[in-house]
Design a binder for this molecule. Structure first.
Ligand code: COA
Length: 241
């Protein structure tokens, strides 16, 4: 049974945790309480709760964005995080998906940064992470027009890793998650850190830090286990040590 919070469901399936944003009547709009799939079959997350914008001053909004830092928490979390996108993935919802490590979408999903329609711009990393993922031209078009694109287009521009029929979304996501969790958790964390460095550092610094992170793997029991298992032609059993 999923553990239930006011706007969040947390379910553990063996070594994979599923976090469901649970405000289907508001298309899973992100209010402050929410911290990665959306409940219901319509929306992943329809964006920030626009009702909370009304009457907010610049300083209030700034405090909300910096105190919450949900996107940074996801981004820097030492375990892989997959966004399972079942419907509308708009505004802050798209930004949340962008902060995740992989994005798996249903054919029914749609994507957009429609903030421009409200007279504002993306503020949860949309101008930065989307641009790094799909390139300046595509990001600029999405952000300046506020247009919503379908899942196939999102796949074509590299915004999502896979698009599958709605009824196969969970199975595909769990298949990938279950393959990832058989790997060394330490190596996964270091790999995530190293890959994310690519868009945040120059090539020389990135390559230098990659070598450091690579060398760090040699301090782990998991590296000994991985190498031994290969040489002994058996499956490794990683312990996260
Ligand atoms: N913030 C607050 N409430 C939202 C919301 C959001 N981002 N997105 C949807 N809702 C609410 C609607 O106000 C409506 O509430 P109500 O039933 O109390 O009137 C409810 O969710 C259902 O929305 P509705 O528009 O009727 O559903 P739909 O399926 O026809 O359309 C969307 C879904 C997502 C396309 C549409 O709601 C929409 O465009 N939302 C805003 C998206 C956006 O601009 N996000 C960026 C915010 S920065």
């Amino acid at each position: 049974m999923p553990q239930q919070y006011e706007t969040l469901l947390l379910e553990r399936r063996d070594r994979v945790a599923i976090v469901t944003i649970n405000r289907p009547d508001k298309r899973n709009a992100l209010n402050i309480k929410v911290v990665i799939t959306g409940a219901g079959d319509k929306a992943f997350i329809a964006g920030a709760d626009i009702a909370e914008f009304a009457g907010r001053t610049a300083m209030m909004q700034r405090d909300v964005m910096t105190a919450r830092s949900l996107f940074t928490a996801i981004d820097t979390f030492p375990k892989p995080i997959i966004a399972m996108i079942n419907g509308y993935c708009l505004g802050g919802g798209c930004e949340l998906a962008l902060a995740c490590d992989l994005r798996i979408a249903s054919e029914a999903a749609s994507f957009g940064q429609p903030e421009i329609n409200l007279g504002i711009i993306p503020g949860g990393g949309g101008t930065q992470r989307l641009t790094r993922l799909v390139g300046e031209g595509k990001a600029m078009e999405m952000i300046l027009t506020g247009d919503i694109i379908d899942a196939k287009t999102a796949f074509a521009i590299g915004l999502v890793n896979h698009v599958v029929p709605a009824d196969l979304l969970e199975a595909k996501t769990m298949e990938i998650a279950n393959r990832i969790v058989t790997r060394s958790p330490i190596a996964l964390g270091l790999a995530k850190e190293a890959v994310k460095l690519a868009s945040r550092s120059n090539l020389d610094e990135g390559l230098r830090r990659e070598v450091d992170l690579f060398a760090l793997c040699f301090s782990t029991e998991d590296k000994d286990e991985g190498v031994s298992a290969f040489l002994e032609k058996r499956k490794p059993e990683f312990k996260g040590k």
